[in-house]
Write a protein that binds this ligand. Structure first.
Ligand code: FE
Length: 385
């Protein structure tokens, strides 16, 4: 099976080709070049006037289209969500749970495991599960349900991880909690990415956590010790650690655009992972929703807990995140790095998140206003406007 996407502006992490083409063979990018394309392909897509960008990868999303991974624990729902994501140019994602009872988390992992086994090109690829909690700091719960927060327990965590055949790819932990270091070490030994989040760790504790194996910041600055010039807290430790990837919720609600800019300019796009932290209310109308058993009110797309008014995820989508970042003056290349390549690298996945020979043919075709026109996963069209 071969396909060529022609006449578009090809955006990769290294270059922009004004009139370019991308040749795909058997789900893999076989050739990237400047027109005219002189080879042969069974299927031809004309992308005149369009952008051809690496498919977006969202490593922190809880739900979309009225469904979420913690509440809708069946493979059919997961596959439905995979389809909804594809409408936004997402070609791969991690299914993020919220803090919930252990058996609920186990069921959620099992549902994602089954969905991965059943997946036959229905929308975006499912990379695995991101457990956000339950081993987080109750003082920094944010919109996580305090009733289900747990103290780090290695045996329990092992059982949870092992119950669903390697589906857990990332876990968010508060590293300052007693016993968290053992969880971090175990997670690393199993190749699970450890993200520090919902934490009130100090700067020093943050540095120690990075030494232990934390390689990611769970939505940097949100749900974290506040930065103070005499007490910088874990956020600065993560920012200053060159091996740590930094999640940013780029809705300009969770972080002031100037802070987003500060992070990107300091850490460079290579370390910045744009995420949505989206919840079930995404692609839905304003109203009342639920997250981890807590009531969420969505007004003008902004999600807040009904009782405390704390921000509770977002209704952001990755195509909007791409547009938002571009609006700050970053180049298309830089935006693509933060929406695709850095997310893939943050999970340690090779040959994903770029338009280069040998990479998985996961591509979003956007119009000039960054609206998604087509989404291609492993060389197959999974969404068409
Ligand atoms: Fe989250």
């Amino acid at each position: 099976m071969s396909m060529v996407i022609r006449n578009g502006v090809v955006v990769t992490s290294l270059r922009v080709i004004e009139r370019g083409y991308v040749l795909i063979r058997n789900g893999v990018i076989a050739e990237v070049g400047k027109e005219p394309f002189s080879g042969y392909a069974e299927e031809v897509i004309d992308a005149e006037g369009m952008l051809i960008v690496p498919g977006f990868i969202d490593t922190h999303t809880h739900g979309i289209g009225g469904l979420d991974f913690t509440a809708n624990r069946d493979p059919e729902s997961v596959l439905k969500m995979a389809k909804s994501y594809a409408r936004h140019g997402i070609t791969a994602f991690l299914a993020s749970t919220v803090t919930a009872p252990l058996e609920v988390l186990e069921e959620a992992c099992r549902a994602v495991r089954e969905a991965i086994d059943m997946w036959r090109g229905e929308g975006a690829k499912i990379l695995g599960v991101h457990l956000e909690g339950p081993y987080i700091n109750p003082e920094m719960a944010g919109a996580q349900n305090k009733a289900w927060i747990r103290k780090p327990d290695l045996e329990e965590f092992k059982r949870l991880v092992e119950s669903c055949r390697g589906v857990v790819k990332q876990v968010t932990i508060a590293p300052e909690l007693p016993g968290a270091d053992k969880l971090i070490e175990y997670a690393r030994s199993r190749g699970i990415i450890v993200s520090a989040g919902h934490t009130n760790a100090s700067y020093e504790e943050g540095l120690k956590a990075v030494k232990l194996g934390v390689t990611k910041a769970n939505h940097l600055f949100n749900g974290m010790t506040r930065f103070h010039h005499r007490e910088p807290g874990i956020a600065l430790a993560l920012l200053q650690s060159p091996n740590v990837y930094l999640e940013i919720i780029a809705d300009f609600i969770h972080l002031h655009p100037a802070v987003v800019k500060m992070v990107i300019d300091y850490a460079t796009p290579k370390r910045v992972v744009l995420v949505t932290d989206s919840i079930a209310a995404t692609d839905m109308s304003d109203g009342i929703y639920e997250l981890g058993g807590l009531k969420v009110i969505v007004e003008k797309g902004v999600c807040r807990l009904a009782d405390t008014g704390v921000l509770a995820g977002s209704t952001l989508t990755m195509d909007e995140a791409f547009k938002n970042i571009a609006s700050l003056g970053y180049s298309l290349q830089e935006a693509a790095i933060m929406t695709s390549l850095a997310p893939a690298k943050s999970l340690g996945i090779e040959r994903l998140g770029d338009i280069e020979v040998g990479y998985s043919a996961d591509i979003a075709i956007l119009d000039k206003d960054f609206r998604v026109v087509k989404t291609i996963v492993s060389g197959e069209i999974v969404y068409e406007k």
